[in-house]
Write a protein that binds this ligand. Structure first.
Ligand code: ZN
Length: 401
């Protein structure tokens, strides 16, 4: 048993937020055990923090039962007045602590209280973050949330759970527990990236017409122009899809890589831009893209827009939907940036797929037209998304190897 009187709130905070970070021995798979060392229902018996692709998972088992509505998700640890069950996460080599606390649903949704703490333990900022909370009985709780929701980037982190309980069966000063009791546990948040996607109906010329979403697509890269497109997309917070020619990928591998790293998507545009390519050309292209980027395409763009049932089924056999377009400004014929701009914005409707080019020639007109295209479409209420998102398919994430 460890009462508040013995440890003191100040000591608890100092020990929690302080800079003495000695990692505890890690249990298997991020699971740790804590002895029966506190009174009250929130004596922590087992706990862990681990990574599930883009998410962080928390899990805790306590000695007694508790209800979420009994917990305060924004406790004041210094005042000893609250009941709480929280985890503190500390980035190695950085100041400050992130505090996540369980609590009741908010507006019918599962949330965690997320506070950033100053070095002295006081709350610097507070918000509720969305989480999926699961309970396998009154004595255990697990939660899962996006690492980015609390700004965690790949790095080494230290963590520790804290609990406090006022009222029976605890005495006047209440009960508290820390787990691990003396040290912090460690976990390594590993980098993840898109590694694939799910394919939908095939062929497609556009997405659903009832959403104000548009997919800008760029064919015939990767090329020396690709970074200029990525720079504009990043500045404008827009996403796009790049249909790449396999033969060009090794020579511009870092540009292909940059497409994925910046949150854009890559599709397959055959090995040598041949009309109605065979399965071997498609497969070889996917292999090159995957080797360069770690991402396996699920979209195939037929060169020249030419396809037949054999092309569709060959692409399907490799897990790819055939994606054509419904807006074509013919930017490859270099009609001038003004013509490219006006052709795109006059033809675009909800769900449109726009074909342009980041390779295959001098693409400076397309580069010049792109910011105006994005501004005008935005002004009309469109979201600029990848083809996978436009078609309501899913991006699959995995660890970077
Ligand atoms: Zn092409």
């Amino acid at each position: 048993m460890r009462g508040w009187r013995l440890i003191g709130a100040a000591a608890l905070l100092a020990a929690t937020v302080g800079i003495v970070l000695v990692p505890a021995a890690a249990g298997r798979g991020g699971r740790h055990r804590d002895p029966a060392d506190a009174a009250g229902p929130l004596d922590i018996r087992a706990m862990g923090v681990d990574q599930a692709i883009r998410d962080i998972r928390l899990h805790v088992r306590t000695r007694g039962g508790f209800g979420l509505e009994q917990l305060d998700r924004r406790p004041d640890l210094a005042k000893q007045t609250d009941r709480f069950l929280c985890v503190h996460i500390h980035r190695a080599g950085a100041a400050g602590v992130r505090q996540l606390c369980f609590g009741p649903k908010h507006g019918g949704k599962d949330v965690l209280g997320y506070a950033r703490l100053r070095g002295n333990g006081s709350i610097k900022s507070f918000e509720r973050i969305r989480a999926r909370v699961k309970r396998h009985g009154p004595r255990s709780i697990a939660a899962r949330f996006r690492a980015s929701a609390i700004g965690l980037t790949p790095h080494v982190y230290f963590w520790r759970y804290l609990s406090g309980w006022r009222g029976p069966p605890c005495r006047r000063r209440g009960c508290s527990d820390r787990a691990p009791s003396r040290r912090w546990a460690k976990f390594h948040l590993r980098p993840v990236q898109p590694v694939g996607c799910t394919d939908g109906p095939s062929p497609v010329f556009h997405g659903p017409r009832h959403h104000k979403r548009v997919a800008l697509t760029f064919d015939d890269g990767p090329s020396g122009y690709t970074p200029r497109f990525l720079k504009i997309l990043k500045r404008e917070h827009a996403k796009a899809t790049f249909f790449e020619i396999g033969a060009q990928v090794p020579g511009y591998a870092s540009n292909a890589r940059a497409v994925i790293d910046s949150g854009n998507e890559i599709g397959n545009h055959s090995m040598h831009h041949e009309t109605r390519p065979g399965s071997a050309s498609m497969r070889q292209t996917n292999r090159r893209i995957e080797r360069a980027t770690g991402f396996e395409p699920c979209l195939f763009r037929p060169p020249g827009g030419s396809f037949d049932s054999r092309v569709i089924s060959d692409a399907r056999g490799l897990g790819m939907a055939t994606v054509v377009w419904d807006v074509d400004p013919q930017d490859w014929s270099t009609p001038g940036a003004g013509a490219i701009y006006s052709r795109v914005v006059s033809a675009t409707r909800p769900g449109s797929i726009v074909v342009m080019h980041d390779g295959g020639g001098n693409r400076s007109q397309t580069v010049a037209a792109l910011p105006r295209i994005i501004h005008t479409l935005r002004g009309r209420g469109y979201h600029l998304v990848t083809v996978t998102k436009l078609l309501h398919e899913r991006t699959i994430w995995g660890e970077v190897h």
